[in-house]
Design a protein around this ligand. Structure first.
Ligand SMILES: NC(=O)c1ccc[n+]([C@@H]2O[C@H](COP(=O)([O-])OP(=O)(O)OC[C@H]3O[C@@H](n4cnc5c(N)ncnc54)[C@H](O)[C@@H]3O)[C@@H](O)[C@H]2O)c1
Length: 326
């Protein structure tokens, strides 16, 4: 049985990663501070699902506290694998309240890096970066070797900083680290601040949905099961420090660019209801299009996304109906 620490375990992706590991019979140590950025009830409901597994140990702690993390490490014994997902996510919120991005994404990540580097025989740290770091790059699809030095939101800046911090630890302390640039993840138990969740709620409530840049936007939407698969494939393949100059970084996307208006149409079909659209200009910090090149993850990790939005969106809608009893 492998022991894996999952940070941000009450979050959308952390919950799915933990559930998959527990189903496989692994031991999962989960950390989350259950902050109120979005519904704490939803985070607790995810935790309730995980708590049925005896191999799940949960700690309500903040990753930016080195002492708290140290205590957990001591209590649980040697932790040799970490999937680091705890972060202040969301592009738009970083324009309203920048401080949690600094506390969780910079200080929090430093605490995790420090703890991993002091662990003898540490096996692998896999951490989440984001497609947002490609900023206004015009060359699509995005490949990992493109420049990412011009973030257009503080959220993206903190994630770019994470990649640089990881690189310095890889160089200095030579333990396996892998970075994953995730492209708009969606699916059951998803995040209420993201488009699919907000649109679904608004359409069912008969309120208008905000459609930015008059709908002229595109995203590479990746179904959560595909992302979990990619994260776990990466975890199983520890990078070898100093074999290459840079720690490995992979795009995990669906290698498909979906127009926002087409995405809304698939959702309308799944809900069997038309949206009332409130067309608005582009929001500051937002990227116009994301589109992943995943050749590297396909060839080196065996990553292969399987779920198109025509399957994934109805799965989300089914979950939404059953969770909210609608
Ligand atoms: N969902 C996406 O589309 C997407 C895309 C790119 C990258 N990512 C990254 O993937 C990771 C997971 O994203 P998600 O969508 O599951 O977000 P989420 O907000 O649902 O999950 C993050 C979890 O981390 C917890 N957390 C935040 N700060 C913490 C702290 N200081 N200490 C302890 N716990 C803390 C939150 O309570 C939350 O439960 C994040 O790093 C995010 O930036 C997500």
């Amino acid at each position: 049985m492998t022991k894996v620490l999952v940070t941000g375990v009450a979050g959308f992706i952390g919950f799915h990663v933990a559930k998959t590991l527990l189903k496989k019979g692994e031991k999962v140590i989960g950390i989350d501070n259950l902050n109120a950025y979005y519904s704490v009830e939803l985070k607790e409901a995810r935790l309730n699902k995980l708590s049925v597994y005896p191999n799940f140990h949960f700690y309500k702690e903040d990753i930016s506290s080195a002492e708290a993390i140290e205590k957990i490490w001591k209590k649980e014994g040697d932790i040799e694998k970490v999937v680091h997902l705890a972060a202040q996510a969301g592009v738009r919120y970083s324009l309203t309240d920048p401080y949690p991005y600094i506390a969780s994404n910079l200080m929090g990540f430093t605490v995790i890096l420090e703890r991993c580097r002091h662990q003898p025989n540490f096996k692998h740290l896999v951490y989440a970066s984001t497609s947002s770091i490609y900023g206004d790059n015009k060359l699509l699809p995005f490949t990992e070797d493109q420049q990412t030095d011009s973030p257009i939101s503080l959220y993206a800046a903190t994630k770019k900083a994470n990649e640089l911090m990881a690189q310095s630890y890889w160089h200095l302390y030579q333990f396996p680290i892998t970075g994953l640039r995730l492209f708009t993840v969606y699916g059951p138990w998803g995040r209420p601040d993201m488009a699919l969740f907000k649109f679904t709620k608004a359409i069912l409530d008969n309120t208008p949905i905000d459609v930015y840049n008059n709908g002229d936007m595109a995203r590479d939407y990746t179904y959560v099961d595909d992302i979990v698969n990619g994260i776990l494939k990466a975890l199983e393949k520890p990078s070898v420090p100093m074999k290459t100059n840079h720690h490995p970084i992979y795009n995990l996307g669906n290698k498909k660019r979906e127009n926002l208006l087409d995405f809304i149409e698939v959702l309308e079909k799944a809900l069997n209801k038309k949206a009332v659209k409130n067309f608005l200009p582009l929001q500051a910090g937002d990227i116009l299009e994301t589109f992943s090149d995943i050749n590297k993850a396909e060839s080196e990790l065996g990553y292969s996304p399987l779920v198109p939005i025509t399957e994934g969106i109805p799965k989300f809608v089914n979950w939404y109906h059953s969770y909210y009893k609608l």
